[in-house]
Ligand binder design. Structure first.
Ligand SMILES: C[S@@+](CC[C@H](N)C(=O)[O-])C[C@H]1O[C@@H](n2cnc3c(N)ncnc32)[C@H](O)[C@@H]1O
Length: 285
């Protein structure tokens, strides 16, 4: 008898679908429910065809044991949702420059470091929006050594972030004068962000569900992790919150997307209600 899972491209059996979801959850934190079956099925069968593997179990073994991890990366790149745009959820950037950063630097000597991290930066619109907002609107921007980190699990979007080329759709919420100031027009449809800004952000491939990779981040003052944890389950969110806690300096802040609430994930942080937004703060001790 041939089980459905034995046929390449014929769709995953219930058991194979479960095995895949468990594997992806464990490696990436991404949690796929039954409702995502079509999405997962399509991408897995597509990748199986691309590498010429017929049996689902064989493909799972390739993902598990391939020394380079290349196929896992390619599959992960197909599994992520990378929707983003410039000045998304602007109220948080307002909050950053109107209140949060002044609090972060209070008591620090001029010239000291301020570290901001966009975790799950997709194609880069978020970290570039942070950089532009700081340059335009934080009156102490020249007093401190600002380090901007940006990371994502998807190597393809990271490459695009580093390149910094965007179409109109990404730039819709950006005032025209700022586009003129920070971008070069390449043609009718595309603009590239200026080299100084591209060089000012440290982009890296980081899986926020991996404790080893997360341990590289310490002493961060503000973490933006917006519209990412919605793809995790409760346990994954709690674990991510705890790793963000370790990565932050005392009094540092986490900014989440508008539909996400830290209070439902973790009790480690204190919700801080500023006039523009609610941020989550790591207590002093
Ligand atoms: C919807 S985008 C959000 C982009 C941006 N933060 C925003 O709010 O506009 C979510 C991003 O999270 C990334 N992502 C998903 N799982 C991740 C993980 N385990 N580690 C790091 N990034 C992840 C995806 O690749 C995707 O680019």
């Amino acid at each position: 008898m041939t089980l459905p899972s034995d046929k390449g491209g014929a769709g995953l059996s219930a058991a194979d679908y479960d095995a895949f979801c468990r594997f992806l959850r464990e490696r990436t934190g991404l949690s796929f429910t039954e409702a995502k079956r079509y999405f997962v099925d399509r991408r897995v069968t597509e990748r199986m065809a691309a590498v010429g593997v017929e049996h689902v179990r064989q493909y799972l073994n390739l993902l598990r044991f391939q020394a380079s991890g290349e196929e896992l990366q390619l599959l992960v790149n197909r599994m992520t949702v990378n929707e983003t745009y410039f000045f998304r959820e602007m109220y948080q950037l307002d909050c950053l420059v109107n209140a949060a950063l002044d609090e972060v630097v209070s008591g620090r000597a001029p010239g000291s470091r301020v570290r901001i991290w966009s975790a799950g930066c997709a194609t880069g619109e978020e970290p570039y929006s942070i950089a532009i907002t700081l340059l335009e609107r934080w009156n102490r921007v020249d007093d401190f050594e600002i380090e901007l980190y940006a990371s994502d699990i998807d190597s393809h979007v990271l490459a695009r972030a580093r390149e910094g080329i965007y179409e109109q759709r990404s730039l819709q919420a950006m005032p025209r004068d700022l586009i003129a100031k920070y971008f070069t027009r390449l043609d009718d449809q595309t603009w590239q962000i200026m080299e100084e800004l591209r060089d000012s952000i440290d982009f890296s491939l980081v899986n926020i569900a991996d404790p080893q990779q997360m341990a590289n981040f310490r002493g961060i003052d503000v973490i933006f992790c917006r519209n990412l944890l919605i793809y995790f389950d409760d346990l994954g969110r709690r674990e991510a919150a705890s790793m963000f806690y370790d990565a932050l300096s005392p009094n540092g802040f986490v900014c989440l997307g508008h539909s996400e609430s830290m209070s439902r994930m973790s009790s480690l942080f204190v919700p801080r209600r500023f006039p523009d937004a609610i941020l989550y703060q790591k207590p002093q001790s």
